[in-house]
Design a protein around this ligand. Structure first.
Ligand SMILES: *[C@@H]1O[C@H](CO)[C@@H](O)[C@H](O)[C@H]1NC(C)=O
Ligand SMILES: *[C@@H]1O[C@H](CO)[C@@H](O)[C@H](O)[C@H]1NC(C)=O
Ligand SMILES: *[C@@H]1O[C@H](CO)[C@@H](O)[C@H](O)[C@H]1NC(C)=O
Ligand SMILES: *[C@@H]1O[C@H](CO)[C@@H](O)[C@H](O)[C@H]1NC(C)=O
Ligand SMILES: *[C@@H]1O[C@H](CO)[C@@H](O)[C@H](O)[C@H]1NC(C)=O
Length: 380
């Protein structure tokens, strides 16, 4: 029976004649003559009906695992809750949010995580269907899409969330503008990140969020000392003493701190949830002109500022989690802190190609020579 199942997605079974259109010569096998076609068909219809009428009866994974198409359709409608439950290890999940243009960075980041043996608990929050399908096809169950999201064509055209918002202005006077606005309202991305994180906390998991323009040089988990609610890193470039305080730093020039929203670790506590709720509130309070820049970091900083009295915050050590503005720009400092670096963030630079070149120059662009270490393999 499983030879048959491997041929095509279940929903095609009733319309296709299974023997006439083998998709892949490798997958295709002549059904055994002992179990005849009719029996198989009936069994399949029964399985489909069982799935429809009794969705809580899950068909064992093993049955589908060798057919990527089936895997993909299986994961397509997974909710965030289901996805987290399936990848979390020891109550912990590592998440990132990725749209198709960032897949090379995702792959680079993943290779560095594989080297620290934490890839099993990585969940990719796909921002478009192309990303969802690509990741789940190569690495079943490790991507989830929280609707709504654009289809792959739109995603390809506009690239990232930043571009969705800016594109409407570009087409302001055409009929497209209205479609664009609808899309914008529909794909209202502004507070997606804290909303996803809050949902994961509500489900009771520890969650680490990373931007994918990061590379792990060591295991970050031993750095998450104590039982604090929220762990984060400073985005300031000024060199601090190695024994700097782990409290929220004092506000800088603009009256606020420069904590990076790129790497956050949260425990499922009331305090951490409060920070996420505040972050969402701060984003909603922003006028659209600010949201347009699609930078949710200031709002995160205000959220930390406003909740600091009620929440146990923990600033991670600079030597372990330096901003790109320090790591890539001060070789003296890099030498001085050699062996202490844990996660490197390729920020303080704009442009896709420039980021890649910089990673490359510093020996941190792993996808060219080490793609096979990634669960996604080499990207086409
Ligand atoms: C599981 O989590 C607990 C508490 O968070 C931690 O102390 C322990 O080291 C973790 N175990 C593994 C295998 O990661
Ligand atoms: C985006 O979503 C937030 C919260 O869900 C809402 O307050 C805001 O009005 C939305 N903006 C648009 C343009 O739909
Ligand atoms: C760091 O160390 C210096 C000298 O070793 C000391 O004067 C200072 O108080 C320490 N700072 C903190 C925050 O512990
Ligand atoms: C919050 O921001 C205000 C205004 O900049 C500042 O005066 C205050 O010290 C900040 N509070 C904390 C806990 O950082
Ligand atoms: C670079 O790092 C060194 C060593 O930590 C430090 O003394 C120096 O001030 C740093 N330079 C800049 C421009 O921040």
């Amino acid at each position: 029976m499983s030879a048959f199942l491997h041929q095509r997605p279940l929903h095609n079974v009733q319309t296709d004649s299974y023997s006439s259109s083998p998709r892949s010569p490798n997958d295709y096998q002549k059904p055994s003559t002992i179990i005849n076609r009719t029996t198989l068909l009936l069994l399949l219809i029964l399985l489909v009906l069982l799935g429809v009428l009794f969705p809580w009866i899950s068909i064992p994974h093993g049955l589908f695992s060798t057919n990527s198409k089936l895997s993909v359709s299986k994961w397509k409608d997974y909710t965030l809750a289901e996805a987290v439950a399936s990848v979390a290890k020891n109550g912990t999940v590592i998440v990132c949010a990725v749209s198709q243009p960032y897949l090379p960075f995702l792959n680079n980041w993943l290779i560095s995580i594989v080297r620290q043996k934490h890839q099993e608990k990585v969940l990719v929050i796909a921002e478009d269907y192309a990303t969802l399908y690509m990741v789940n096809e190569k690495w079943p169950g490790h991507a989830v899409l929280v609707p709504p999201a654009p289809d792959s064509q739109t995603a390809h055209k506009f690239g990232s969330q930043v571009m969705y918002l800016e594109n409407c202005a570009d087409v302001m006077l055409s009929a497209q503008y209205y479609r664009c606005l609808r899309r914008q309202g529909f794909f209202n991305f502004t507070s997606r990140r804290p909303r996803h994180l809050l949902q994961i906390l509500e489900l009771g998991y520890n969650v680490m969020y990373n931007d994918v323009d990061m590379v792990w040089l060591a295991d970050p988990f031993p750095s998450l000392q104590g039982e604090h609610d929220v762990y984060f890193t400073d985005d300031m470039t000024a060199v601090k003493p190695l024994n700097h305080s782990h409290d929220l730093p004092p506000p800088g020039k603009k009256g606020r701190t420069y904590i990076c929203s790129c790497m956050i670790y949260l425990r499922p506590t009331t305090g951490a949830k409060l920070v996420m709720k505040k972050w969402i509130e701060e984003l909603q309070a922003q006028p659209w002109s600010k949201a347009k820049k699609s930078n949710d970091q200031p709002a995160f900083n205000w959220a930390l500022n406003k909740t600091a009295g009620q929440v146990d915050l923990y600033l991670l050590p600079q030597a372990a989690f330096p901003t790109g503005g320090l790591y890539f720009k001060n070789q003296t400092w890099v030498q001085e802190t050699k062996g202490m670096h844990v996660i490197i963030h390729n920020n303080y630079i704009t442009g896709f190609e420039k980021k890649i070149k910089r990673f490359h120059d510093f020996g941190l662009w792993l996808v060219d020579d080490h793609a096979l270490e990634s669960p996604l393999g080499r990207l086409k």
